[in-house]
Ligand binder design. Structure first.
Ligand code: AMP
Ligand code: MG
Length: 510
């Protein structure tokens, strides 16, 4: 029997530093009441990590909280204000149009997290929107968040998705849902843009100090802390985007309001994973120019960081020219920082040791080796995930999996010879089977299971059209084991037929 929340201790021990510290960045706002809360998915694993009472929350009383009908004790719900560049055009006021921050909790490891509801009704920031969300997009955010987390990529996660019993009107009538989002914070580049656009330098300093306190406390006493904050955010984004690129993830809508200061991936709308390797891949139905194409993501990351830098200028140096110079010098180093994060991941995937000492020649040669592998995949339209995974087999001389991907099995021969020669230059660990160890290390770097687009869609269709959650549960179980060689996972490794991928479109789900 689920325990009764009314007699249980408060489900969340809220400690709401954002509303306590920052005046003028949010509006107190309750979630809307909905007719019929129902828990579609409760994330036990995450609840346990957060030190929450999972059995108390996985209940009708929990559904009422996660749908927005019951405010848990200590919550201080607010809609947060932010601005943002959307597809390059600036909106000085966006804000939480369909979300509220309930409050913050501190987990048993001392990490602070926002607990927010998404799809919880209109707010003062809703503009023309209805403030609602549909089951499909909220379950997609759940699936991709779990997959990214299992892949070791910083991400917000869903603690629960609750059905509301409402109909949400989009192109079709859809079932309504609310997602409970757990995030290191919801501080975005757009949050800084909101304050900077108002020219409120006092609030800007308070926001920057709050961000430092929350994400970079080691900088608090640094006399140069605002430039160092920019450096820390730039660092996290270089690492994050390199991970996206190495795993084949396309965010789809890298507007500045969807880029966090924490370095977590946020706002899974029209996101998708690459199938056949092609840097020009775009799945989003609204990205007509391909601004957020797979291959553009690093460049857009830098563009967004430059917008953040502009906001921070008055704090970086009272002399504007000097502030611009210092921020520019810092961001000029970003492409190299990104490339080195990317190369680190590529070396792991190629089964190469990370060099112990800086070695520009080796970096250049390994970068070229990785780039030539990618252009081979591009030319022959090879599935990105299977290609990397089959390379691990090739490390022990087993070419069956790799050959099965190429219509012309001779195509990768020259590149493979080069790769083998390069591998041979890494001094093997003393004892043991070097090839076997290399293959195992490669399998820890290149996932076998990713959320395949067609399988995500099938699971979402079953849940939204038929109310059948079983396929979603099976998919989540699979994406939580990305490295596992279990033969039972084989069905989750299969790419979509090319004609399905060619026609595949993702939607923002607004
Ligand atoms: P997103 O595409 O989810 O990053 O949202 C961009 C902006 O549109 C944010 O300010 C959202 O709060 C707002 N928004 C998205 N969908 C809705 C909706 N259904 N109702 C109100 N505001 C929305
Ligand atoms: Mg957003």
């Amino acid at each position: 029997m689920p325990s009764d929340l009314a007699s249980a201790p408060a489900p969340f021990r809220f400690d709401n530093s954002f509303v306590r510290t920052l005046d003028g960045l949010c509006v107190a706002w309750p979630p809307a009441q909905v007719p019929s809360p129902q828990l579609l998915f409760f994330n036990d694993a995450l609840a346990v990590e957060l030190g929450l009472d999972a059995s108390a929350l996985d209940s009708a009383a929990g559904a009422s909280i996660f749908a927005g009908n019951t405010l848990p004790a200590g919550a201080a719900p607010v809609a947060q204000a932010y601005a943002g560049h959307q597809f390059g055009g600036f909106s000085p006021q966006l804000g939480d149009g369909r979300a509220v921050l309930l409050g913050e909790i501190v987990d048993p490891r001392g990490r602070r997290f926002d607990i927010a509801l998404k799809g919880s009704g209109r707010t003062p920031f809703s503009r023309g929107g209805d403030g609602k969300a549909a089951v499909g997009p909220m379950l997609r955010e759940l699936i991709i968040g779990e997959a990214m987390h299992a892949l070791g990529i910083p991400t917000t996660r869903a603690l629960a998705v609750a059905g509301t019993g409402e109909v949400v009107l989009r192109e079709h009538k859809l079932r309504g849902a609310v997602l409970t989002r757990v995030a290191a914070s919801h501080l975005r580049v757009g949050t800084f843009q909101y304050v900077a656009a108002r020219g409120d330098n006092e609030l800007l300093r308070a926001l920057a100090d709050y961000t430092i306190d929350r994400h970079d406390p080691a900088l608090a006493a640094d006399p140069d802390r605002y430039l160092q904050l920019l450096a820390a955010v730039a660092n996290r984004q270089a690492a994050l985007i390199a991970q996206w690129m190495n795993v084949g993830f396309i965010h789809g809508v890298m507007n500045t309001d969807n880029m966090t200061l924490s370095g977590e991936t946020i706002d899974y709308g029209p996101c998708a994973f690459l199938e056949a390797y092609d840097p020009a891949t775009v799945f989003s139905s609204i990205d007509h120019q391909g601004r957020y194409a797979y291959g553009n993501q690093p460049q857009i990351g830098l563009w967004n960081l430059t917008r953040l830098a502009e906001c921070l200028l008055p704090l970086i140096d009272p002399d504007l020219d000097r502030a611009v110079q210092r921020a520019t010098d810092l961001l000029n180093g970003w492409p190299e920082q990104y490339r080195s994060a990317l190369l680190r991941g590529q070396r792991a995937r190629l089964g190469l040791r990370q060099p112990e000492h800086p070695d520009a020649d080796r970096d250049e040669a390994d970068t070229a080796l990785a780039a030539d592998w990618l252009s081979l995949l591009h030319t022959h339209r090879i599935d990105y995930t299977l290609a990397w995974r089959s390379l691990a087999d090739a490390a022990t001389g087993n070419l069956a999996a790799l050959n099965s991907l190429f219509a012309d099995t001779d195509a990768p021969g020259a590149w493979l010879a080069r790769w083998r020669n390069r591998c041979a230059t890494d001094v093997p660990e003393a004892g043991g089977d070097a090839a076997h160890a290399r293959a195992q290390a490669m399998r820890r770097a290149s996932p076998r299971v990713i959320p395949r687009n067609h399988q995500v869609e099938a699971a979402l269709r079953a849940a939204s059209d038929d109310g059948d959650i079983a396929p979603l549960r099976r998919l989540i179980d699979a994406v939580r084991r990305p490295w596992d060689d279990d033969p039972a996972l084989q069905p989750w490794t299969v790419p979509a037929p090319p004609e399905v991928t060619a026609a595949y479109q993702t939607f923002c789900g607004t």
